[in-house]
Design a binder for this molecule. Structure first.
Ligand SMILES: [Zn+2]
Ligand SMILES: [Zn+2]
Ligand SMILES: [Zn+2]
Ligand SMILES: [Zn+2]
Length: 484
């Protein structure tokens, strides 16, 4: 143990000298590692940042630097890849933590000297963007923050002892998206904190209280979590109108991706089967109902109906094991209405569509499903409202354009008359004979009359400000050319 710490301290000292070695070629140190800073996302094989000739001669491990950098100038995330011959099915696997790598080594090579393994290469990769003065800072920090654990520096930033990142021993930790917003915050851990309230999430009952964004952002997973409650309150989950426009979906504030919540709820409902406590089942179902409420997706409201039925049974005191059982009130109901839980997981939407059309054909719904039919009817009405409002918006736009066009045309007409009036006036001042003057006077008076008329027409047209419906018929016909 002591050896490793001493060794790592030496390695970190090497980084400093390696930085300077750009000027001086004598960058190699006694321990054999020639460390060089690398750019974000850089990758390579073997030493100094991955093992070589281990476990067999000629074996080379791969390494890749992440993007986040610690205060001390190292990459926070770094990935290590076993030699391809060790990967199952030839599929590349990666490890992002010392702990998961250590667990892998212990499981796969029980006799191996894990300390010697980690000492054979340098775990930490220095960043190229780390300035020399930062390196000085890092020198003094090293040994305080990085070596407090037992051979691994894995710690949840939020101090969460049950953080999923600590228990992870899985082979393939896929690369997570670079984040310098929330993930830069001290105390925020992407693996266990809610992106909205920053409190930790819980894995209880299949993780019913949060959703993880698994969107693929340029080959990396977003991986940010959010409490469902927080997302619902912030109108970032469930069914939300307006510009966000969600339909039983979750909107990730970090990466702007949407996640379907129907399949998430299906998973939660499935999980309910293994929960014994009524209170706990109720807690989970309440969340499910809030997520699905108001959705226009066919599979969402079928699922919601089922959950509501289960909730009713639960409240009526039914046995926990019975709440998901089919009702056998009438043959029609059991055949057509109820959707069993298992088909949901295998894509119930196909079958539910068929059921819906059959329901509308029969015309007389069985009483036990009247609630369901109300919902279908009310959704149909909502659809109608949408159509009507869209049509209204369209016709309003047409009326607006017509009003704009006609008002502008009238304005130009009046303007032209004024210009003509000016012209006549100036001609009048140039003529001296009484006859000419009289004639021009008539023309001018005529013009003034015409202007008065057109201005009064314009005033009539202004009525359109309150909508075409308020404009008197004759004005619509004469000024707007509308045939009523
Ligand atoms: Zn983040
Ligand atoms: Zn954590
Ligand atoms: Zn939260
Ligand atoms: Zn996301």
């Amino acid at each position: 143990m002591q050896d490793i710490m001493t060794r790592e301290l030496q390695e970190s000292m090497d980084i400093d000298s390696a930085g300077r070695s750009i000027e001086s070629p004598n960058g190699l140190k006694g321990n054999g590692f020639h460390l060089y800073p690398v750019s974000a996302g850089a990758s390579g094989e073997g030493l100094p940042y991955a093992p070589e000739d281990w476990p067999n001669l000629g074996d080379k491990w791969g390494w890749k630097a992440g993007r986040r950098i610690t205060n001390s100038g190292y990459y926070t995330d770094r990935y290590i890849y076993p030699p391809i011959r060790l990967c199952q099915d030839g599929k590349a696997s990666s490890f992002k933590s010392r702990l998961s790598l250590e667990q892998y080594i212990r499981a796969k090579f029980p006799d191996a000297d894990v300390y010697a393994f980690f000492a054979s290469f340098c775990w930490k990769i220095p960043s190229e963007s780390c300035e020399d003065n930062d390196k000085e800072k890092f020198k003094s920090l090293v040994g305080i923050s990085e070596h407090s654990g037992s051979g691994n520096d894995l710690r949840c930033k939020a101090g969460n002892k049950v953080c999923s990142s600590l228990g992870a021993g899985e082979m393939s930790d896929s690369a997570v998206m670079f984040c310098d917003i929330c993930c830069n915050e001290p105390g925020f851990c992407r693996d266990c904190c809610c992106i909205l309230c920053c409190r930790t999430i819980t894995e209880a009952f299949g993780g019913y209280d949060y959703i993880t964004c698994e969107a693929n952002i340029e080959g990396c997973v977003c991986g940010h979590n959010c409490h469902i409650d927080c997302a619902l309150r912030a109108y970032m989950a469930g069914t939300v109108g307006g510009s966000i426009g969600l339909d039983a979906e979750y909107y990730c504030r970090r990466c702007d991706s949407r996640t379907d919540l129907v399949s998430h709820v299906e998973k939660l409902v499935k999980n309910c089967e293994s929960i014994d406590s009524r209170d706990d089942i109720e807690k989970v179902l309440k969340v499910c109902i809030r997520v699905l409420r108001g959705s226009k997706k066919t599979n969402a409201y079928h699922l919601l109906h089922q959950i509501e039925l289960a909730m009713e049974k639960l409240k009526d005191g039914a046995f926990v094991g019975d709440i998901w059982k089919k009702e056998d009130a009438s043959p029609v109901t059991s055949d057509n209405e109820m959707v069993e839980l298992s088909p949901i997981a295998n894509g119930a939407s196909k079958s539910t569509d068929v059921k819906e059309s059959r329901d509308s054909e029969t015309g007389s719904p069985p009483t036990s499903s009247s609630k369901f039919h109300h919902r279908v009817e009310s959704l149909k009405l909502e659809d109608k409202i949408d159509q009507v409002l869209q049509a209204l918006r369209k016709s309003q736009e047409i009326e607006y354009r017509l009003a704009e066009e006609k008002l502008s045309a009238q304005k130009s007409h009046i303007k032209n008359l004024y210009q003509q009036l000016d012209k006549e006036k100036s001609e009048l001042s140039g003529h001296t004979s009484q006859k000419d003057q009289d004639e021009l006077f008539d023309v001018i008076l005529n013009c003034v009359d015409q202007i008065k008329q057109e201005v009064s027409k314009f005033k009539d047209m202004e009525e359109v400000a309150n909508g075409f419906g308020r404009v008197p018929k004759h004005i619509l016909q004469e000024q707007f050319g509308l045939d009523i």
